[in-house]
Design a protein around this ligand. Structure first.
Ligand code: 6GU
Length: 259
């Protein structure tokens, strides 16, 4: 089964370069991702193939005209009436790992309508009811990068895309915790050494160390995630120890400062 994506855009080159690189390229080679671009300008009716115009009511920026979008979408819907239309926009629902997992199981063709500048003419929403997704609370110049982010996050979850299927299973946002630290050779570099447990060959001890370091990292960097993570009694015990260590460290730091 492969993920089928069509991206409607004014900047197909921007998308093709990403689709032709690294894991996305390999997913396409393996037949696990099928992605194509549709150039919105090809659906503009005027001699100069203009797909955007100034906003009614005045103001800065440009708005994507409705006609080229209607033509492009009508053509795609004729070919595939069951497609799933996605509009990347800062106004959308936040795209999360959960949404990526759901997308990775999608069997319909997904059409990403990449708005640009100030957005798309509102009548596109009224006519096609796209699913709107945002990739975070900040503003991009267009929907292309956001679409590629969503496709990338979904594609790497398709079995066969990553070399080792285990690597997706312990992803930060699948386990609810941040990842543990990683090391590779050499065992010592510029006086910095790899934690000895990782060289011990003791797989149980390594698993315990990794869990503890994941908890440590999450507590330090994203304590908000701990509320939702699935934690064992042992995990909670470790978190208490880590919190106690932090309190001790803070106290000794304060006493050093006051001297
Ligand atoms: Cl999906 N599109 C644009 N243009 N800006 C964004 C975004 C999407 N998500 C966050 N910022």
């Amino acid at each position: 089964m492969s993920l089928r994506c069509t991206l409607i855009t004014l900047f197909p080159d921007m998308i093709r370069d990403v689709l032709n690189t690294s894991m996305l390229y390999r997913a396409r080679e393996k037949g696990l991702l099928e992605a194509q671009t549709v150039n919105l300008r090809d659906f503009a009716e005027d001699r100069h193939h203009v797909a955007d115009d100034h906003p009614y009511g005045g103001g800065a920026g440009m708005v994507l005209k409705p006609e080229p979008i209607f033509h492009a979408l009508s053509r795609l819907k004729e070919a595939d009436p069951d497609l799933r239309l996605i509009l990347p926009t800062p106004q959308g629902r936040t795209f999360t790992q959960h949404a990526a997992e759901e997308m990775s199981r999608e069997t319909r063709r997904m059409v990403f309508l990449c708005g640009h500048y100030e957005g798309v003419d509102e009548r596109v929403r009224a006519a096609f009811h796209p699913e709107e997704y945002s990739i975070g609370d900040y503003v991009l110049t267009g929907g292309e990068l956001a679409s590629l982010v969503m496709i990338d996050a979904a594609v790497r979850l398709i079995p066969g895309v990553l070399g080792d299927p285990e690597s997706a299973r312990h992803d930060s946002f699948s386990t609810g915790l941040l990842d543990w630290p990683h090391y590779t050779r050499p065992a010592e570099f510029q006086g910095l050494s790899v934690p000895p447990v990782l060289l011990s060959g003791n797989h149980e001890a390594i698993a315990r160390w990794r869990r503890r370091e994941s908890l440590r990292s999450t507590l330090a960097k994203r304590p908000d995630l701990l509320g939702k993570a699935v934690l064992s009694e042992g995990d909670r015990q470790i978190l208490e120890e880590l919190a106690a260590e932090n309190t001790i460290r803070r106290k000794s730091h304060e006493s050093v400062e006051s001297h």
